[in-house]
Design a protein around this ligand. Structure first.
Ligand code: DGY
Length: 325
């Protein structure tokens, strides 16, 4: 019997094409919004696989309610929206899409760093608001990045790509904190492994590239911002849950740290009245790290391929819990 795959969002067309060409019956959710929890459960009932993304909550309740589901294919490198432990207990493999979005996401981290360091988003808003004003020798001063210290939390693929950019463009010294040492980054970038407190204390720019886990949720909070330099710039392109946004706002308002560049917020979408949107040294984007045609098409390829390979040979290109294959 034909296997049925539910596409939970409007993904690049090639995902549906690849799956149809491989003989799957594809159901496409038609609206350009995430499904409500009940909608997701209802739609998944008569499907063998889902191609989903970070806006879908794939928790135990969902999996219990969808006993037919054999495979989950996530269109993202992060998978904190999925209860992988439960999926593993149920023998459901979870695919994901690493590598193909590394450069796109590192570009956004790098862009946010430059933009926030020179107040660019804020100045643009001033122009739109009709407040161009005169050239003012002492106003709106930013910070230079040359020879500064870049701190990376999570020296994986994207963290390394960000560090490469910062070394090449600004000769920044690189320090990092990670679950494990990354010796190839140490060799290539002369990166120095430090404990978390040293990362906080020494970074001029601190860029977050770790996964959102029980250990990293809210790790940037009042206490940790308090250990950073008053001149520091905080960049987060990983997950909004890694920082406590109320504490971040307070740290910026009180000058505990200098600025921030965020592609991820907590919650998403950010409320329009969030004070971060009005701050001079802050640049905010709506989670567009992987939003290039190249990256999103490659993610669609990979996510579809993970489903196809699973049903053909019980293998995947990239699987979070390969013990289920
Ligand atoms: C990811 O892949 O985890 C990004 O946040 C979205 O592409």
């Amino acid at each position: 019997m034909m296997k049925r795959v539910l596409l939970t969002r409007i993904f690049p067309e090639r995902a549906a094409e690849m799956l149809s060409n491989a003989g799957f019956a594809v159901t496409q959710w038609q609206e350009d919004r995430p499904m409500l929890k009940e909608e997701l459960i209802q739609m998944t009932q008569d499907h063998d696989a889902i191609l989903c993304t970070l806006t879908d909550t794939i928790d135990k309740a969902f999996m219990d309610a969808c006993p037919r589901l054999e495979v989950i294919s996530q269109f993202a490198v992060g998978y904190d929206n999925i209860d992988v432990a439960t999926a593993t207990l149920k023998g459901i493999p979870v695919g994901y899409t690493p590598d193909v979005l590394t450069e796109a996401t590192a570009d956004v981290a790098f862009g946010l760093m430059i933009n926030a360091s020179r107040n660019m988003f804020f100045m643009h808003k001033q122009i739109i608001a009709g407040q161009w004003g005169y050239f003012r020798p002492k106003a709106h001063l930013g910070m230079e990045l040359k020879n500064k210290t870049l701190g990376i939390l999570g020296m994986g693929r994207i963290g390394t790509a960000m560090a490469r950019r910062c070394r090449g463009a600004y000769n920044m010294s690189v320090i990092y904190h990670n679950r494990n040492r990354n010796e190839s980054a140490e060799k290539e970038l002369n990166a120095r492994y430090v404990d978390f407190d040293t990362l906080l204390a020494e970074s001029d720019v601190l860029s977050v590239h770790c996964a959102l886990t029980r250990d990293t949720r809210g790790i940037f909070n009042k206490a940790s911002f308090g250990k950073m330099k008053h001149t520091a710039l905080f960049i987060n392109t990983a997950r909004g849950g890694v920082h406590n946004e109320t504490d971040l706002i307070e740290a910026l308002e009180r000058g505990v740290i200098w600025g921030a560049g965020l592609d991820v917020t907590n919650p998403e979408p950010m409320l329009p009245e969030n004070p971060l949107l009005q701050m001079e040294h802050v640049a905010v984007l709506p989670h567009i790290g992987s939003a290039t045609s190249e990256a999103r098409n490659a993610m669609a390829n990979l996510a579809a391929e993970n489903i196809i390979r699973f049903f053909r040979n019980r293998e995947m290109h990239s699987c979070v819990n390969p013990e289920c294959l």
